[in-house]
Design a binder for this molecule. Structure first.
Ligand SMILES: [Zn+2]
Length: 79
């Protein structure tokens, strides 16, 4: 792996930190990294090929990013 690729992987989702896995259990409102207790921001990462995406949680306080394997798909909207 080249340094350039390693760098771009690190910057996934605009963050310098790695996206951590989070277990989907109990009530989820507290950040495991900094103990902030007022919940999370939500972010989406869409597949380039399909209409599928994954939801990420972002801590508003320390900006840690978490994934829960929360996969979604969207249907086409006609306006
Ligand atoms: Zn946090």
């Amino acid at each position: 792996m080249t340094d350039a690729i390693r760098k771009s992987n690190k910057l996934e989702m605009g963050s310098k930190k790695r996206i951590k896995g989070l277990k989907a259990q109990g009530e989820l409102y507290k950040c495991p990294s900094c103990a902030y207790q007022d919940g999370f921001h939500v972010s989406f990462k869409w597949s380039k090929k399909s209409s599928k995406g994954e939801i990420y949680l972002i801590c508003p306080n320390c900006h840690s990013r978490f994934r829960l394997g929360w996969n979604i798909s969207v249907s086409k909207i006609t306006s």
